[in-house]
Design a protein. Structure first.
Length: 599
């Protein structure tokens, strides 16, 4: 029965018109998505995953779902509906409200999207965020809103500091499970029977053991939704975390998931495919509308440009150091016979017996980090590299080699590397002809210290810029976005931290994006690229990826392609489930120590 129900869900092709009260005409794929979401909310359990590509308007789709639900509710007798809701809620305050949980950087963007797309006064919106003393504490008042916006960090703090109590499970049939509770110690968020709970950028809960994942799973709601263009990042357990939040029984139990989904049998793969097809709706920018035979969205041309810079002799020496540390074939006599040795890239001494010749994962990952930083900018390794340790570890380097390494100790952060030099030249006054339109650019790095170096260079050239990193408060981030997207008089460059600004932001004011360094997780990079490659973009898109030639970065790039292919195979219902974090074989591959050839 479960298999048949999911297969029937996959066959749904209905479209609905743009709901009354929505000021923006929905695109065809959004009208189909609205019909699918309304259908899912009538199923048991009433939940699903909207996994459209980033930039295809998932936020507007969910706003339309909320408004359409509001319109349909008005067709029925209000008192009758209230009584039904009270029966469903039981020990909770009944509500028609939708609780929307977002990353901190998106909370005010959601508020702006509602204001832009919804008829004024139609939806009552409350932001449950900021100082605790200013948040609503009365669940009855909170339940009267149509939309409550909050953040993952707020939910985590609210629920994990309260009494560890069992939250009632509300089903669409009105049944509840659990015992009456002492609600005086609970968060107000767990005392409202939410009409629906929406997790925007739902991959935030991908770690099933994290506090944020456990907190979100405890929230009581009738309809439960996950929104993410990248629901799978590293492994299939990422998807399990979403299934657990959605309460798709029995697959929300770890033991069941491990035995019936993670197994290597063909039947396990078929179960996974059926589950994905029934619960998940995914459309990509390249998809073709079967009716019009045209792409589902009209976007400008997309160009991805790989810029390779040569490696220096220092980086080759770094590679040799790393090989000495992690290769299982290297004899120990290469090292000092003393029990304690120093590694130049760890900045501290290590006990061989404890570290087992630096093969423990923590040591290897630290060394790996230093090598990647050296590929981007030598100043990033300045504080981490212990030059004296090179002389102490007994390797056969001559003084000329050490002199190369000593360069890092004299680095001034304003002396930029090749990657930053290439970016900086684009903003020189003499770069563009006056007949060429000025372009706006986004510069992305996972290291804020690198962005600080870029800041110095832009200031030197008198280029106006704005910056979003973890240090920028959520309430100020929207101002940065507006400054950048403003056509006249705004910032020309957006400096963006990959982790702080890589999700959800709309930066269509720019059409050039520079990725200065590579991340293990291609999904995070794709999220960053889709800040400019999304609906509303009116210019051709140019993505520049800077890669240090013949270094570890090229292997990271190959690893990215492999991860992307595996993730897509699962989302499209294929059988591959080999999605893992960095393994020993991955690390050996990255260092060129495997059978795949030299770096």
């Amino acid at each position: 029965m479960t298999s048949d129900r999911f297969r029937n869900a996959y066959a749904i092709t209905d479209h609905l018109p743009t709901p009354n009260g929505i000021l923006t005409e929905l695109l065809e794929h959004q009208k189909h998505g609205l019909a699918w979401m309304l259908w899912r909310e009538k199923q048991v359990p009433p939940s699903g995953i909207l996994a459209d590509d980033m930039g295809l308007g998932k936020t507007l789709s969910f706003i339309s779902l909320i408004v359409e639900n509001l319109n349909r509710r008005k067709l029925f007798d209000e008192e009758e509906q209230k009584e039904k809701r009270k029966a469903i809620a039981n020990f909770l305050v009944p509500s028609y409200c939708s609780l929307v949980i977002v990353p901190a950087s998106l909370i005010y963007q959601w508020e702006e999207e509602i204001g832009r797309h919804v008829k004024p006064g139609l939806l009552r919106v409350y932001i449950f965020h900021g100082p605790k003393q200013k948040r609503e504490t009365d669940p009855t008042r909170l339940a009267q809103y149509d939309v409550v916006l909050t953040t993952y960090s707020t939910v985590t703090n609210e629920l994990n500091k309260k009494a560890d109590v069992e939250v009632l499970d509300i089903s669409s049939s009105g049944e509840t499970s659990g015992l009456p509770r002492n609600t005086s110690k609970e968060s107000v968020l767990t005392r409202v029977a939410w009409q629906r709970i929406i997790l925007d950028e739902a991959h935030q809960i991908k770690n099933k053991n994290s506090l944020v994942s456990k907190a979100c799973c405890r929230l009581p709601g009738i309809c439960r939704w996950c929104s993410s263009g990248t629901p799978i990042h590293n492994k299939l357990w990422d998807l399990f975390s979403l299934i657990k939040f959605l309460r798709i029984r029995p697959f929300d139990e770890e033991a069941v998931w491990k035995e019936y989904i993670m197994g290597n049998s063909a039947l396990a793969s078929e179960r996974l495919n059926t589950l994905v097809r029934g619960l998940l709706l995914r459309r990509q920018k390249t998809d073709i509308n079967m009716i019009t035979n045209k792409p589902i969205v009209s976007l400008k041309n997309f160009f991805k440009i790989y810029l390779c810079t040569p490696s220096c002799s220092f980086r080759q020496k770094v590679k040799e150091i790393i090989e000495q540390n992690i290769s299982i074939s290297k004899p120990r006599e290469k090292w000092s016979k003393e029990s304690v040795i120093r590694n130049p890239f760890l900045g501290s001494t290590r006990d061989i017996s404890l570290c087992d010749n630096f093969r423990t994962m923590s040591c290897v990952l630290t060394l790996l980090l230093r090598l990647r930083q050296a590929c981007v900018h030598m100043a990033l390794t300045k504080k981490a590299v212990d030059i004296e340790a090179f002389r102490d570890i007994g390797l056969d380097y001559d003084e000329k080699d050490i002199d190369i390494l000593d360069i890092t100790s004299n680095l001034d952060q304003v002396n930029i590397d090749r990657k930053e030099e290439a970016v900086a030249r684009l903003f020189e006054p003499s770069f563009n002809s006056t007949k060429v339109k000025i372009f706006f650019s986004v510069v992305v790095s996972q290291w804020t210290s690198l962005l600080e170096i870029i800041e110095q260079r832009l200031t030197q050239y008198g280029v106006e810029y704005t910056c979003i990193t973890g240090k920028v408060l959520p309430k100020n981030r929207q101002q940065c976005v507006e400054s950048f997207n403003r056509r006249n008089g705004g910032a020309r460059v957006m400096l963006l931290s990959l982790t702080a600004g890589g999700v959800g932001l709309n930066l269509t004011g720019g059409n050039h994006l520079f990725l200065l360094d590579l991340h293990w997780n291609p999904a995070i990079e794709q999220q960053a690229c889709d800040r400019i490659y999304r609906m509303g973009q009116k210019k051709d898109i140019f993505i520049y990826k800077f890669i240090c030639h013949e270094t570890i970065e090229q292997r990271v790039l190959n690893l990215q392609e492999s991860k992307k292919a595996l993730a897509e195979s699962v989302l499209k219902g294929a059988t591959s489930k080999k999605l893992n974090k960095l393994t020993i074989n991955d690390i050996k591959f990255l260092f060129g120590l495997g059978s795949s050839g030299k770096m």
